[in-house]
Every structure is written in C-alpha cells, then in structure tokens.
Ligand binder design. Structure first.
Ligand SMILES: Cc1ncc(COP(=O)(O)O)c(C=O)c1O
Length: 464
C-alpha cells in the first residue's frame, strides 16, 4: 500500500491504515515462517538427553537462517577474517574496505605494540595463570593501571579480563536491591546485566534526554538508598553522546553516582582522546566511575574502572570478577599500555578519525541517507528501518568489496534497523567516497518497494 493512493484521508487515519497493512503483511509472513520452520515435537534427542534445539530461541535462530537462505544472503555474523582487525581486511581471499572494526586510531598490529607484546610473552609466558590477589600479579598490571589513570586524569584504575565482565562485576557488586539504576535507554548490555546481578531497580530514561532523567530522579530518588546514573561517552549504535556538565550537576544535586562507559569514546572523543571530560572541560574526578575497554582503541583485551583510590582499592579487594578471576595476560597488559603511550605521543590520530567521520557523515547526508543523531566521529549508522533490507544491502555491499554489519531486530527496534559504520583513522578519503557510492548503488537496487519481503515470501514458499 503506498501513501500516494491515500490522498483524501487525514494524516492519522492514513498512518493507521498503513500500520494495519504492515501488520497484515507481517502476520502472513509469520505463518509462512512457522510452516518453513515448524515447532519441535519432542525435547529429547535420540539418545534420551535434552535437545536444546527444541527451545523456542533455537527455533528463532533457525528462522533467521531460513530467512537468509530464502533471500540468498550469507550470514553476516561470524564472518572469518584472514588478518588483523583494521580499516581494510581480507575475507575469503578478498581484500575489502572494513567498517566493522573498533581499531579506531589504527593501532592494531602497530610494530611497537607487537614487539612489546612479544617481549612480554618471552618474559612472562602467555598466561599469568591465577588471580592477581593470589599469584597472578606482575609489574605490567600496575604499569597499565597507572597509565590509564594518568591518561584520564584520575587517581587510579583497576583492569579486569573483559570489558563486559568489568561492568557486570562492578555494578553487580557496588549496588544492592535497595538501590536504583537510571540508565540511558541505549545503554550497553553489560550495564543491564550488572544491574540484574545487583538486584537493584532499573529504570531507563529516553536516550540523551536529561529532562526525563531529572523527572525520574525527582520521583524515585527518595525511595532508594544509592542511585547510579549510567551513560556512554559515545553510543555504539548511534554515534552520539550526552553532555557531561549537566549530568554531573544533576547527579550531585540528587546525591547519585555517575558511571560513564567510555568503550567507544577513549581515544576518539576530546581533543586528545581523553573522552567526555576532556571534550566538556569537566574535572574527571567529579565522576565516580570511568569505565572503558582495552579491546577497541587500545587494541588489546580486557576492561577497566578508573576513579578514586578508595574505589579502586575496594574493587581490588572485593569485586568477585576481579578477586576470583585470572589477571590479564602480560602481553595484553603491555599492548594496552604501549597503545596509551602512542596515543599520548600522537594525539593527531583521533583528529584524523574525526576528519574521516565528518567526510562520511556529510557525504551520506548529501545522498539523503538517514544518519540519525550521529556526531560523525567513530560511529555512523545508516538507518534503513527494515531488518531484511539492511541484511540485503550489507550482503550486496560485501560483494562490492565493502564489509559492514547490519544491525537488525531485536538488537534495535525493527524501524531502526541499520548498517553501522565504524570509522578509523586509517580509512582514506577514497575508502569513504568509494563506500558511499557503493552504498547508494546497492541501496537503490534493493530499496524498491517491498522487494525484500516479496523475495523472502517466494524463497520461503519454495523451501516450505
Ligand atoms: C559500550 C560498551 N561497553 C562495554 C563493552 C564490552 O567490552 P568488551 O567487548 O571489551 O568486553 C562494549 C563492547 O562492545 C561496549 O560497546
């Protein structure tokens, strides 16, 4: 049904009619999918064990696969790369422009980092084998923590073996069922899991909407012992960020704690990559928890919490994910520390990234693409609003030498399905221009009305 044929009716009625049309189409699609991937009749394997394939979640995965096959597109997930994560990659022998790495400032594989990591392996082996509390401690751990704290301008830091686990264990440990977490609607899953573990109440405020946050603080603050506000320094789905100054003012006024997850902001946001505090000229010591990962800009693996000495000492003595988990391998610690040293010496890497991000953002806007609220630095979405079309365009782009991931329902709402481009300082102007031209071509070819759904229905009926 097109909007054109509905000229005589009001806007609201028109929208209702279109929504009804979409719902009918979806119901038809659901019936076709149910026929193509029927529900399991038994939850037992032939050997008598439980068959996990009988779970509804497993059926949903089969449905995703069936949809992909019907559309003739390979799964964009678990694509195997033959080399390092960087601005360019090799997949199945083909060199591609890669928009799916977090190597934001182009340090992955840097000769100085590789040499330092190799030396660390020669000296310490590939594992420190135990929790640092018992016998896993090596000097390289403290060197890294001190470098992070100095880089961010706070008293101290603690590193853990995974970024995700850092949020889970820190939030899970610091809060109790009497507490409240107010999280931005687009906050990362690791924060959500941490809150779940803590038993605290979680309420979400609309994305970057501090008026909504204030209204929630006003209504709920008095009912809870501690309150934590959780935001990201640069949102990984949308490439935008909150203003830090009013956030700090709010959390002080309501006697709350603030956690800023800088996973995507470190090395990217602020004149020298020191994140939101640098960009907004706020004393970093005013924020209780600076969280970050070692896996993106710092091209290693692990996570950190940076803040006051008292906080760091407390986490190191009591947080289960630190106390009862192995220390970082020395090579990972040294790689991240060397990356910080290079960031210190070469702050122009972040500037270069932002230049490419602006070129991409402006070029995409000029072509009429919906880039949402992206600020045009490290993360730029192209919002397509239809999971199937997003997957089809991503597939077509892969055939044109461009690797970009589709982000589809349920990771984002269906009407926000998108392609997500991660910009790095090593992407060239040609990479940006070539990609945008290919994107336009692939989109034009794919985006003719309903093509995705029609192709899907035909493909599934052939399978069913
Ligand atoms: C905002 C945010 N926080 C935390 C994490 C977890 O970090 P890691 O992948 O290093 O475990 C991620 C991962 O992408 C992230 O985007």
């Amino acid at each position: 049904m097109s909007r054109k044929g509905l000229g005589a009716i009001t806007g609201v009625a028109k929208d209702q009619l279109l929504a009804a049309g979409r719902a009918t189409r979806k119901a038809g699609l659901q019936r076709t999918l149910d026929r193509a991937v029927p529900k399991a009749k038994t939850d037992r394997t032939p050997a008598g064990g439980f068959d996990f394939g009988s779970l509804e979640a497993a059926r949903q995965l089969k449905i995703h696969r069936a949809v992909g096959e019907a559309l003739g597109i390979e799964s964009p997930f678990f694509r195997s790369h033959d080399g390092r994560a960087a601005a360019h990659t090799v997949i199945g022998g083909e060199t591609m422009i890669n928009w799916s790495s977090y190597d934001y400032v182009g340090l992955n594989g840097h000769p100085r980092i590789a040499a330092a990591a190799q030396e660390a392996i020669d000296q310490f082996g590939t594992s420190v084998s135990a929790s640092r509390v018992v016998s896993g401690e090596r000097k390289v751990h403290r060197d890294l923590e001190k470098a992070i704290a100095r880089f961010l301008g706070v008293e101290d830091a603690v590193v853990m073996v995974s970024g995700h686990a850092t949020n889970v264990t820190t939030i899970g440990h610091m809060l109790t069922p009497k507490d409240l977490v107010l999280a931005d609607a687009f906050i990362h899953n690791s924060v959500v899991e941490g809150v779940r573990l803590s038993g605290a109440t979680r309420l979400t405020f609309r994305h970057n909407d501090l008026e909504h946050l204030e209204a929630l603080l006003d209504r709920h603050r008095a009912n809870h012992s501690r309150v934590l506000i959780a935001v990201e320094g640069l949102y990984s789905m949308d490439g935008d960020s909150p203003p830090l100054r009013p956030l700090v003012e709010l959390k002080n006024r309501y006697d709350a704690w603030l956690l800023v997850d800088e996973a995507h902001a470190l090395g990217v946001v602020g004149a020298t990559g020191r994140g939101l505090a640098e960009r907004d000229d706020v004393d970093p010591n005013a924020v209780e928890f600076w969280m970050g990962t070692l896996s993106k800009t710092l091209c290693s693996c692990g996570g950190f919490i940076a803040g006051s000495t008292a906080l760091v000492e407390y986490l190191k003595a009591t947080a289960p994910g630190f106390v009862f988990s192995v220390g970082l391998p020395a090579a990972a610690a040294v790689a991240a520390k060397t990356a910080i040293d290079i960031l210190d010496e070469e702050p122009e890497r972040g500037t270069e990234l932002c230049r490419s991000g602006q070129r991409f953002l402006n070029g995409a806007k000029a072509m009429g693409f919906d880039v949402g609220t992206s600020e045009g630095s490290a993360v730029i979405p192209i919002i397509i609003g239809d999971s199937i079309l997003a997957a089809m365009v991503s597939h077509k782009l892969s055939k044109a030498g461009v690797n970009v991931q589709p982000i589809i329902f349920p990771a984002v709402p269906e009407n926000a399905a998108r392609l997500r481009f991660f910009i790095t300082s090593n992407h060239t102007d040609e990479d940006v221009d070539q990609t945008l031209a290919a994107l336009k071509k692939c989109m034009d070819e794919t985006l003719s009305a309903g093509e995705g759904l029609k192709q899907l229905a035909e493909g599934l009926s052939r399978q069913g």
